[in-house]
Design a protein around this ligand. Structure first.
Ligand code: DAK
Length: 257
């Protein structure tokens, strides 16, 4: 059976994961999600990896959860769904994830894209939560992360009508940070990931966590977290290196310490 997740790198601090189920528009079946979760475990442990890129094909980032597999699950099957743990693994990943999205990012595909920290979209990208058309609803953050990213009105529109938005609208709404030609999305995402991978790893990790917490905490709690994280960095050798390098007019050599 062909490998449904292609893994490249790490190269210059970046690992690239390509969803590879072209026959099903990269629909996320359990095996693919499990492979992605395992690959993230490995990337988490690998000090050579500073950031990862997740992408699909030109036609589809991912057209959602695998509907055939979903149809076979009853209530107990859903309660015991192993995919929940895989989704949680993706959400827990501490290094930056850049998504390069072309074509369909629907249902679980849109939700996977929203697990990324930075989203780059091709002009042909379509983001949507069409679960309502199947008599179900989003199950991996499509009613939660989407609201936080695009606001309640557009999130309601997408989740209740099932209609997708195009890349331009996604950019206006703040779901993606950049739109480019579909052939360039992966290159752009790798470029961003490489830039991040050159920074001090502990500072990157705490910055990601702090920005993420802005969604979960009120301002006072968030500012307290930021201050604590900032203080923790004072104990790192990389902070000293960064400050020294600036004053000595040279490039810093960060070591993740
Ligand atoms: N699952 C399985 N197969 C899919 C698929 C999917 N989501 N999407 C497409 N395919 C398959 C098609 O069945 C077709 O297979 P063959 O017939 O050739 O064997 C092949 O991919 C090509 O698709 P089409 O022929 O339909 O291609 P078109 O260009 O005409 O249309 C499309 C593209 C994306 C508009 C259309 O395929 C489509 O509407 N796909 C379904 C999109 C969708 O409804 N997605 C949401 C699925 S529900 C949870 C976590 C996550 C979720 C739920 C719970 N927990 C942790 C609890 C997520 C749920 C979902 O995502």
């Amino acid at each position: 059976m062909p490998n449904n997740l292609l893994v490249e790198g790490p190269e210059q601090g970046v690992q690239v994961f390509t969803l590879n189920r072209p026959e099903a528009l990269n629909a996320l079946n359990t095996e693919l999600l499990e492979n992605l979760a395992k690959a993230l475990d490995d990337a988490e442990a690998d000090r050579e990896v500073g950031a990862v890129v997740i992408t699909g094909s030109q036609k589809a980032f991912a057209a959602g959860a695998d509907i055939n597999e979903m149809a076979a699950r009853d209530l107990v099957g859903i309660l015991e769904d192993p995919r929940v743990a895989h989704w949680e693994r993706i959400a827990r990943f501490t290094k930056p994830i850049i998504a390069a999205v072309n074509g369909f990012a629907l249902g679980g595909g849109c939700e996977l894209a929203m697990h990324a920290d930075i989203l780059i979209a091709g002009e042909n990208a379509r983001f949507g939560q069409p679960e309502i058309n199947l008599g179900i609803m989003p199950g991996a953050g499509g009613t939660q992360r989407l609201v936080r990213k695009v606001g309640e009105s557009l999130a309601m529109h997408m989740a209740l009508t099932g209609e997708p938005i195009n890349a331009k609208r996604a950019l206006q709404a703040g779901l993606v940070s950049e739109v480019c030609q579909p052939e360039l999305t992966v290159e752009k995402a790798i470029g961003i990931a490489r830039t991040i991978a050159r920074k001090a790893p502990i500072a990157v990790r705490l910055t990601k966590e702090s920005v993420r917490r802005a969604n979960d905490m009120n301002l006072a709690e968030g500012l307290r977290f930021e201050r604590h994280a900032f203080t923790v960095l004072a104990g790192t050798a990389d902070r000293q290196e960064g400050l020294d390098a600036f004053r000595e007019k040279r490039k810093p050599q960060f070591k993740g310490q």
